[in-house]
Ligand binder design. Structure first.
Ligand code: MG
Length: 203
């Protein structure tokens, strides 16, 4: 399986990182070795001093497809979850300055914690899904899928022009504003609406 991540998909987040609002989805990938599951701890890597959290809704692809039309996009995912797109912001800043790819800052081991998934049918309106991150009991990020620049359907149609989507692939759909640094001993809890779907410690 592969993990495809959308960058700069919420206006507030593009502003906080001083990036322009994109005209087309920006995407990058993480390998399957970046997955962190079952609420296992995240080990703060020694190569960075500024690991940031980005809380994102995650789609699970349920059938293979390429060149998917937007109007059929919803047939290609059946579950929605929440994940953290961990980013070594210090390393990413250096890459950006030099015009280099970001993989080193995004694709490292454990850089993609994901929680429990919910069936798509649990959601009466996919364009109105609230989600939230708490760290040490304090709300750090809140988002709503309605604020995405590119909707789930836009994303699937766009990505599948370039990359065949396969059953089991995950798509991180971008972070709202409020990203920030994490530290050893932080306790993460991520929610969709009122349901806690992901919880882990930083060690
Ligand atoms: Mg992100």
């Amino acid at each position: 399986m592969k993990i495809i991540c959308i960058g700069r998909n919420y206006v507030e987040h593009t502003k906080e990182l001083k990036n322009p609002v994109p005209e087309k989805p920006v995407f990058f990938m993480k390998p399957d070795t970046a997955l962190l599951q079952k609420n296992n701890p995240f080990f703060y890597p020694e190569f960075s001093t500024n690991i940031h959290y980005e809380t994102e809704l995650v789609l699970k692809i349920s059938r293979n497809g390429r060149h998917i039309e937007e109007k059929f996009a919803r047939k290609y995912f059946d579950e929605i979850g929440i994940g953290i797109d961990f980013t070594a912001r210090d390393i990413q800043a250096e890459c950006k300055k030099k015009g280099l790819p970001w993989e080193i800052a995004k694709a490292f081991d454990q850089a993609a914690p994901v929680g429990k998934f919910l069936p798509k049918t649990d959601f009466p309106d996919l364009d109105n899904i609230n989600f939230q991150l708490k760290i040490n009991g304090e709300v750090r990020q809140t988002g709503n899928s309605n604020d995405m620049i590119f909707s789930f359907d836009n994303i699937i149609a766009y990505l599948s022009k370039f990359i065949t989507l396969k059953t089991g692939d995950l798509i991180f759909t971008g972070t709202p504003g409020g990203v920030g640094p994490t530290a050893i001993n932080d306790h993460f809890e991520a929610f969709i609406e009122d349901e806690k779907l992901l919880e882990f410690n930083v060690k």
